[in-house]
Design a protein. Structure first.
Lengths: 283, 281
């Protein structure tokens, strides 16, 4: 491992503790390694649509999700939401975003962003663009728990519980958890397929001789474990000096769940989920 | 040879009827491309489109944001807004139009009052067109018509929305104080737009001025378009059912529709006087 810390670039399926890892590492990345940040809530630049942004035509009441559309204005990268969607495919969207990141890079700006599984559609271009970075892939060993975690988040539209300086949804999160959700949307074939494609990246990274770390959800259950992983990624423990005392105010709160209880129709869906996992070849 | 028109149009002047009646000839014979999603490219925001943020419960109107898609210009909506000023917005739109022109594509778009911040640039861009300035003689009705459209969010009655339109108009409207303050803006912008006639004359560009009051029948509209396009051939390019797609003219008695008419009309009259717009009719 090199003595000089490389800037990390994350390639992360959802529900893998990647946001915690990412948020803990931001202080060093920005204040020591000189990266720029994007507005809060928009660091997953390669996400295609924001499920929380609804665009409505008042005349017809037709609603669409806002497509994430970054614009570099010569000074900063701003995240906008567009409708109708400009691009037809993930690949087109990624290439546009890479072109915007390239404009910024040409002006001397590099950004601390998290790649979601959407990057696999243009993986060669992504790895080429971030070829001076240390790639961090987050994974989860227990695929059934992974699938259930995603289904719960998708159907509750609550992906993380935050009690941070900028955003607090603790009450809403806990109320929903205590109430439970009925999982109506249980087609996770796209998630599983794309997750498998992320998990299959390791040989490519090896072949391209790119530095990388694979971090497992199950190995990040305590701060001690998280700190060790970050030290390993950065190649130094210096990053801890950049961590503010109240760093917990910047990261999602871990809330363990019993999916047999918080997914109210668990018994009705579990066999379907297991079959989808089996069909995906991910396990 | 007909020149393609470029409309410089204040709202509530029957410009949409003219524009939409002419579009078949302009697009099919004069080879101007149709703009998808919105013909009024220089409009800044759409009051009929909004972004709702579930996390913050905030609602915001969308900015019109044209992009090039499959090599053609297409109007999309965006939030947060990309540009800080109308001038920046117009210049961005002109830049895209110029790129498209360089690639051999020209568009049939309607210029709204928003062009006044870059009127020289817009007029120079379209200097091979025949300009059409749409006006209205009765300014009091002009303001009332705008207020009713702004409040109801119904700028046109069409066949597909006529029931909802009529139902909303039947409900009547109340003009709040904060909306009255917008009248200044409307009158100032309209005055600046109408002043452009002088500029067009000075530059020697061909133009036509049309008046709302002279466009109250299909015959008059047809004659007007024949003058603008310099030929009656355009009529041969109208589809059979074209009238079904045009805005429907519904005459209104504003003293009846505006619930607080007696309260707002003296303010409107005063503002019309102060704006000095009547010199430019």
């Amino acid at each position: 491992m090199s003595n000089i810390s490389k800037i990390p670039f994350f390639i992360c399926p959802p529900r893998t503790r990647s946001t915690v890892l990412f948020q803990l590492m931001v202080f060093y990345a920005v204040h020591k390694l000189g990266l720029k940040t994007v507005p809060h809530g928009s660091f997953e630049l390669f996400l295609e649509f924001n499920p929380n942004i609804h665009f409505t035509d008042v005349r017809t009441s037709e609603t669409q999700l806002g497509e994430i559309h970054p614009v570099f204005n010569g000074d900063e990268l701003k995240i906008h939401y567009m409708s109708p969607a400009q691009y037809k495919s993930t690949s087109e969207r990624n290439l546009y975003k890479l072109s915007v990141l390239q404009q910024a890079k040409d002006m001397g700006y590099e950004y601390y962003i998290k790649g979601t599984y959407h990057v696999v559609d243009t993986i060669n271009e992504i790895l080429e663009f971030f070829n001076d970075r240390h790639i961090v892939i987050t994974q989860r060993r227990d695929i059934e728990q992974y699938a259930l975690s995603y289904i719960y988040a998708l159907n509750s539209n609550l992906y993380n519980s935050y009690n941070t300086k900028l955003f607090d949804n603790t009450k809403q999160y806990m109320d929903t958890l205590n109430e439970g959700v009925i999982a109506e949307n249980i087609d996770i074939s796209e998630l599983l397929n794309n997750t498998r494609r992320v998990y299959e990246l390791e040989p490519l990274l090896k072949q391209k001789d790119i530095d990388y770390t694979i971090a497992y959800y199950e190995d990040m259950s305590s701060y001690e474990q998280l700190f060790d992983i970050i030290t390993s990624i950065y190649g130094t423990s210096e990053w801890q000096e950049y961590l503010p005392d109240d760093f917990e105010k910047y990261i999602p709160t871990r809330i363990d769940k019993d999916y047999t209880k918080c997914i109210l129709n668990y018994n009705d869906i579990i066999e379907n989920i297991r079959q989808q996992i089996k069909d995906s070849g991910l396990a | 040879m007909s020149k393609a028109p470029f409309f410089i149009s204040a709202p509530r002047t029957r410009s949409s009827v003219l524009f939409e009646t002419a579009q078949f000839y302009v697009e099919n014979v004069l080879n101007k491309k149709s703009l998808h999603n919105h013909k009024e490219l220089f409009l800044e925001f759409s009051r009929n489109t909004e972004f709702y943020d579930l996390k913050t419960d905030e609602r915001n109107i969308a900015e019109l944001y044209p992009v090039v898609k499959n090599n053609l210009l297409d109007v999309h909506y965006i939030y947060p807004h990309v540009f800080d000023t109308r001038k920046e917005r117009n210049l961005y739109k002109l830049k895209l139009l110029q790129q498209q022109k360089d690639n051999g594509y020209e568009y049939n778009t309607k210029g709204t009052v928003q062009i006044i911040d870059t009127s020289t640039e817009v007029i120079e861009f379209y200097n091979d067109r025949h300009f059409v300035l749409t006006k209205r003689r009765n300014i009091e009705d002009y303001v009332c018509s705008f207020l009713v459209a702004y409040i109801t969010k119904f700028f046109h009655a069409r066949h597909h929305n006529i029931d909802r339109y009529t139902a909303r108009i039947d409900e009547k409207v109340h003009v709040d104080t904060n909306i009255i303050s917008n009248i200044y803006k409307l009158l100032d912008q309209t005055r600046e737009l109408w002043k452009l006639e002088e500029y067009l004359k000075q530059q020697g560009y061909t133009y036509t001025v049309t008046y709302y009051e002279d466009l109250d029948t299909q015959d008059k509209i047809n004659n007007c378009l024949t003058d603008i396009l310099g030929t009656s051939d355009w009529i041969n390019h109208l589809p059979e059912n074209f009238e079904n797609h045009l805005p429907i003219k519904i005459d209104k008695v504003y003293s009846d529709i505006i619930k607080n008419y007696d309260e707002v009309i003296p303010v409107i009259r005063q503002k019309i006087k102060e704006s000095e717009i009547e010199q430019y009719i």
